[in-house]
Design a protein around this ligand. Structure first.
Ligand SMILES: Nc1ncnc2c1ncn2[C@@H]1O[C@H](COP(=O)(O)OP(=O)(O)O)[C@@H](O)[C@H]1O
Ligand SMILES: [Mg+2]
Length: 334
């Protein structure tokens, strides 16, 4: 029998991702960790801690202490920044982190390494070179190797423009064929052995600052199969979002792999069948339960449209529980 008692989940780098923290808090005790004491999403957790910064040697010991104190069964990162640190700590047996092995964490944080890794595994990635290397053709996108949130990405229509942007972006870059066609994302979840449990594709109608704010869940067998192939080839654990373009000429190409919850948390939440939302499945795995794969079981056709919300905090920065309307949400019928 799998253990079924209470379990806690530690979410790191919670930032503004209030929806994710709130969803976990419905199924487990949630501890939120963020170096920023004003991170809004921490207020959706049962316990909140301003931990040392990720590059501080005290970071992992601080998380380990929280795991010990609250009986944490899974540490789940919500940003790219600490996935590798958590992966190293996991490999050393220091944290029950739901992250890939360190070399996969490192490679998926560096888009050029990710390109080499994917092509080495026979997975489709757009033609990509480093500055100074021969480009197949134009237009190209000049992208930071370790970018996120669509920061500092520039289209270049010829060699002169590409050279300019490589120089202009003050960090290591790479030069990638510009994809022409719709951009889609596949929100995947894997178990502790790297088996894909589900893969839910969606369109990316509108994005802002790395968050997808409008999209539709689609029933697309080719994308479901690709999502599963990618996460199983990489041995990902936990949530992973695979971004692709369906290029008019070359077909599906993978442009970004994020070994964490993607920029559109509501999509796989709405699409999941009852009892199978990703937070619920992660809580079950944190309890030591085995979850059977159910790849392709979800409801397609549902769209989401996101907006901002906020919390009122008192003079001591404690949430007052008051809101600008009560209760939040659409008006009651008249
Ligand atoms: N090769 C490409 N062709 C066309 N657009 C691209 C390409 N690569 C990235 N983009 C655009 O830039 C956005 C951010 O790029 P991405 O590779 O996802 O990096 P990140 O999300 O980590 O900043 C994408 O969502 C896409 O709209
Ligand atoms: Mg991206």
């Amino acid at each position: 029998m799998a253990p079924s008692g209470p379990v806690a989940v530690l979410l790191t780098g919670v930032g503004k991702r209030y929806d994710i923290v709130a969803a976990f808090a419905q199924h487990a005790t949630v501890v939120a960790a963020d170096p920023n004491p004003l991170a809004p999403a921490q207020y959706a957790a049962h316990h909140r801690y301003a931990v040392p910064r990720i590059d501080d040697p005290a970071y992992v010991p601080a998380l380990a202490e929280l795991c010990e104190r609250y009986g944490v069964g899974a540490v789940v990162p919500l940003t790219d920044l600490d996935i590798e640190v958590l992966a190293v700590a996991r490999a050393a047996g220091k944290l029950p982190a739901l992250v890939p092995d360190p070399e996969i964490a490192r490679a998926t944080f560096d888009k050029y390494e990710a390109h080499l890794l994917l092509t080495g595994l026979g997975l489709p990635s757009p033609a990509t070179v480093l500055p100074g290397e021969q480009v197949e053709g134009y237009p190209v996108m000049v992208k930071p190797r370790r970018g996120s949130g669509a920061r500092s990405i520039h289209r270049a229509d010829d060699a002169r423009a590409a050279e300019f942007f490589v120089d202009y972006v003050h960090e290591p870059t790479m030069i990638q064929r510009m994809m022409d066609g719709p951009e889609l994302s596949i929100d995947c979840l894997s178990d502790l052995e790297g088996r894909c449990l589900n893969a839910i594709p969606r369109t990316m109608i509108e994005s802002r600052g790395g968050e997808s704010i409008k999209g539709t869940v689609v029933n697309d067998a080719e994308l479901v199969a690709l999502g599963r192939r990618v996460v199983q080839a990489l041995g990902v654990r936990g949530a992973c979002t695979v971004q692709v373009f369906r290029d008019r000429e070359v077909g599906l190409r993978i442009t970004d792999v994020n070994a964490r919850f993607g920029g559109a948390f509501p999509a796989p939440m709405y699409a999941a069948l009852p009892g199978r939302t990703y937070p619920e499945l992660i809580v079950r795995m944190a309890r030591g339960e085995r979850v059977e794969p159910h790849v392709g079981d979800f409801r397609a056709g549902i769209s989401f449209s996101r907006y901002f919300w906020q919390l009122e905090l008192d003079e001591q920065m404690r949430p007052t529980g008051r809101d600008i309307i009560q209760p939040p949400g659409p008006p009651p019928p008249r």
